[in-house]
Design a protein around this ligand. Structure first.
Ligand code: ATP
Length: 296
């Protein structure tokens, strides 16, 4: 039983090493085949119990709404409704994950809030119910709760665990373009011929821990609509691929962050130095085996 009035939760971002869209659903969502991987880049959420009832959100990033549009707010609200109330809460989000960037920042915040509020108020809600509530909040929330590496099907919420890559250096490069997931899917033409077997091949590289196999088969169908709107991103990807020690580069999720899997830390540092002056955002992180976790 937790006796403190505050809790700190770390919310790791994710990248997609593989993403194919396999069909459109009646409910407007798309069925995907994707391989998620957690990365060490994270937001920190400090959850503070309040005497006054209600939910409030503070975020260090000016573009992130702090009202009911915030996924962390909605996550706390969902738990509140589930148990019929738990007093007041303030959610302080220290944002490091770029916003609307394909790195699931909002979903990670929602997952962290679900885990943190459950623990802070000792609600005793089991993992299955937390997962179910998470799925209602967003397609990436179940993976953020799961963490590590996983193959996702359905809307990305049916997860099959994969062995995570251990501490592989990753360079994240974002040119500053913010893209909404909806706008990308609206523009997407799903190819009539399926890329049969490709997700199976990439999954098999995970089974054998073959980093070169994984890096050589990175794929994201959503690059097609995004690059056609932003041709400069395609040029940027090409430039990243030429960096020494770059094993593979891909756009994450619906974009527009590019991630590069690097041979080692020193190659990652060289790549970061090169792009830091040229793009809006560039940072080094590494693959992680966890999604969200309580830090105190
Ligand atoms: P995904 O990869 O899951 O599609 P994303 O990384 O592209 O997501 P987010 O950073 O989650 O995008 O932000 C998408 C939108 O969600 C933003 O424009 C923002 O207004 C809204 N949003 C709501 N809550 C949050 C939050 N806690 N953090 C960031 N954005 C949030």
């Amino acid at each position: 039983m937790r006796t403190t009035d505050t809790i700190k939760v770390v919310a790791n971002a994710k990248i997609n090493l593989y993403l194919d869209v396999v069909g459109k659903r009646q409910d407007g969502y798309h069925n995907l085949e994707t391989i998620f991987h957690s990365i060490g880049l994270h937001d920190e959420l400090i959850l503070n119990k309040q005497v006054k009832k209600g939910i409030s959100v503070i975020c260090t990033h000016p573009d992130v709404p702090t009202d009911k549009r915030n996924l962390a707010y909605l996550a706390a609200q969902s738990l509140y409704d589930e148990v019929g109330g738990f007093g007041g809460i303030e959610i302080y989000i220290n944002k490091s994950i770029p916003v609307a960037a394909g790195l699931a920042g909002g979903s990670a915040n929602a997952a962290a809030t679900l885990v943190g509020v459950n623990e802070l108020f000792d609600l005793g809600i089991d993992d299955e119910v937390i997962r179910h509530i998470g799925r209602e909040l967003g397609a990436d929330v179940p993976f953020c709760l799961h963490g590590g590496a996983a193959f996702g099907s359905g809307i990305g919420d049916i997860l099959e665990p994969l062995s995570p890559l251990t501490d592989i250096s990753v360079v994240l490069i974002n040119s500053g373009v913010q893209i909404t997931t909806k706008s990308v899917f609206d523009k997407l033409h799903i190819p009539l011929t399926r890329r049969e077997n490709n997700s199976i091949i990439v999954k098999s590289y995970f089974e054998t821990g073959d980093l070169f196999g994984i890096a050589g088969n990175l794929y994201n169908l959503l690059e097609i609509p995004v690059f056609s709107n932003y041709p400069k991103l395609s040029e940027l990807k090409n430039e990243v691929s030429k960096q020494e020690g770059c094993l593979g580069v891909l756009m994450s999720g619906s974009g527009a962050t590019l991630f590069a899997l690097m041979e080692d830390k020193s190659a990652a540092q060289q790549c970061e130095t090169y792009f830091k002056k040229r793009v809006n955002y560039c940072s080094i992180t590494q693959t992680s085996s966890v999604g969200v976790y309580i830090a105190n």
